[in-house]
Design a protein around this ligand. Structure first.
Ligand code: ADP
Length: 498
């Protein structure tokens, strides 16, 4: 594994406020928090508003006061603003992508790629806003005009994680706005700059004051009052299962509509007839790109016993060869994990599994040489012969850690793949069409791949998981309209002719 020293710290450190009622303003308390580069903690990226209940209150008030006017704005006008925001963000994609890499730690290619994806999402929902949104029905009375319309919910909260700091906010905020809702946006505290950049693009594109409000700050001080505010009728959340569980209770108690995208323990099944090279490269990419910090990352390679030794040997070589270092350097393949806490948690889990006798084949330790000591670098990690019922086989580690689980054939592979509480994404590598179709039928996952990696989401199709990975609703594509609107059924009759 080679490495390049992280870039020299930048000097122009700015302070960014909240965006409330069309104004950039500091937290009412004046408090701020720092945002630092996970590849190099000496690189201070910016200061951000450390908001509290009074800022949330102001943001929800702004969103509530403008809800009626925004709902009555034509869908075409709303679409035009999203198209313009997409153009503004597209023109800035290289700069914003670089900032994304500096605050999140994924490689520059991934940072620019994610920003470009946010542009595509804005464009997709600008188009979607202009699609038909209700249905016309026959009535028992032939003269009755009977139809449905989809109306916005009102004020919605979008609460987002740090691992896709611009794409996930875009895929919640764009449909929320396109379908006529007003939004209070609470991004993860670890990646507030991307949230500022997305909000800037939408504000500059002409979004009326109060339609989108950004409030930065901690989960306790911002997220909690936001989800408890009775004026917030919809909550779209992506993050951990622990927080998702708490939100289920809060939303149920006060009758708010809730959408959850949570974790995964995503399997890649490799059958004996798979194209070995294809399976290896997709398993490595699925497990290790973005430092394994995707909810759709591959964390279990479930491999046919006839192939497992050969597969594991080659997998070990490929994982050991990954270049881990400063994600701003062009030849880096794997950046840091997001935080010191994450690095310690992941290496702690690895140590526990090793102590329990699971064979550690690659990585497992922190990397501190070649300038990496100022960041949160964890060597890409591979375990062989993982017990599928063990903690390593069951729990999401959210880092660059992959475990190989040997099985005898497809039926056992599917049974093992399904024997977890999650069901987000899954992939199968085979040349056998019958086995592929049996896998598609039998696997409990919301996103299913045959001969491609578990990660990846295109904006025009539904995204979401089964079982503990979501709340049954889906994001993106046409499915987004389901969450961000409600149905009104209309019967129109005319008085009898006099
Ligand atoms: P992650 O660490 O992957 O970002 P979390 O579930 O901790 O996952 O957080 C996801 C988002 O939810 C973040 O913006 C976080 O601040 C917010 N959040 C965390 N806890 C709560 C809570 N109790 N109420 C509302 N928002 C929360």
């Amino acid at each position: 594994m080679s490495a390049a020293a992280p870039a020299a710290p930048a000097t122009d450190v700015q302070t960014h406020g909240n965006y409330i009622a069309g104004e950039w303003r500091p937290a009412k308390s004046g408090a701020t928090f720092e945002n630092r580069n996970p590849a190099n903690v000496d690189d201070l990226i910016g200061h951000f508003a450390a908001s509290g209940q009074e800022d949330v209150e102001a943001a929800v008030t702004a969103a509530a006061e403008t809800a009626e006017a925004w709902r009555n704005t034509s869908a075409i006008a709303r679409a035009n603003i999203l198209f313009k925001a997409a153009d503004l963000l597209a023109a800035r994609a290289n700069d914003v992508g670089r900032e994304l890499t500096r605050e999140e730690g994924k490689t520059l290619k991934e940072g620019v790629g994610e920003t470009t994806r946010a542009v595509q999402i804005l464009r997709y929902f600008a188009g979607e806003a202009q699609q038909p949104s209700g249905e016309h029905y026959p009535s028992i009375n032939p003269l009755t005009l009977l139809y449905t319309v989809r109306e916005p919910l009102g004020v919605v909260a979008t609460i987002t994680p740090w691992n896709f700091p611009i794409a996930i906010p875009a895929w919640k905020i764009a449909p929320a706005l396109a379908f006529g809702n007003t939004v209070v946006f609470k991004p993860a505290s670890l990646t507030p700059l991307c949230a500022v950049r997305l909000t800037e693009a939408l504000a500059e594109a002409g979004l009326p004051a109060g339609v989108l409000n950004l409030v930065t700050g901690s989960a306790g001080a911002v997220g909690d009052p936001l989800v408890r505010d009775h004026r917030v009728v919809g909550i779209s959340f992506t993050g951990s299962n622990a927080v998702g569980g708490a939100l289920r209770t809060i939303a149920a108690e006060r009758g708010a509509k809730l959408q959850l995208e949570l974790g995964g323990k995503n399997p890649a099944i490799v059958l004996a007839d798979a194209d070995l090279d294809q399976a290896l490269s997709h398993v490595v990419n699925g497990a290790m790109m973005s430092t394994g910090q995707k909810c759709t990352a591959t964390s279990r390679a479930i491999v046919d016993r006839r192939l497992v030794d050969q597969f594991t040997e080659q997998l070990t070589d490929r994982i050991k060869a990954l270049r881990v270092g400063d994600p701003l350097q062009a030849d880096t393949q794997i950046g840091p994990v997001i935080s010191e806490d994450a690095a310690e948690r992941i290496t702690g889990e690895v140590a526990d599994a090793t102590k329990a006798g699971v064979p550690l084949l690659a990585g497992g330790h922190r990397l501190g040489d070649n300038g990496r000591g100022r960041g949160y670098f964890v060597a890409p990690t591979l375990f062989g012969n993982v017990d599928p019922t063990s903690r390593l086989g069951q729990e999401e580690l959210f880092g660059p850690v992959l475990g190989v689980i040997p099985v005898d054939g497809l039926d056992e592979a599917i049974a093992v793949a399904n024997a977890v509480r999650f069901g987000l994404s899954a992939s199968l590598f085979t040349r056998d069409l019958g086995k592929a179709l049996a896998f598609v039928r039998g696997i409990q996952a919301g996103i299913v791949h045959v001969n491609s990696e578990t990660a990846g989401a295109e904006p025009q199709v539904p995204f979401g998981g089964m079982k503990g990975s979501s709340s049954y609703s889906r994001e993106q594509g046409k499915a987004a309209r389901e969450f961000f609107t409600q149905t009104k059924t209309v019967y129109i009759d005319v008085p009898p002719a006099s």
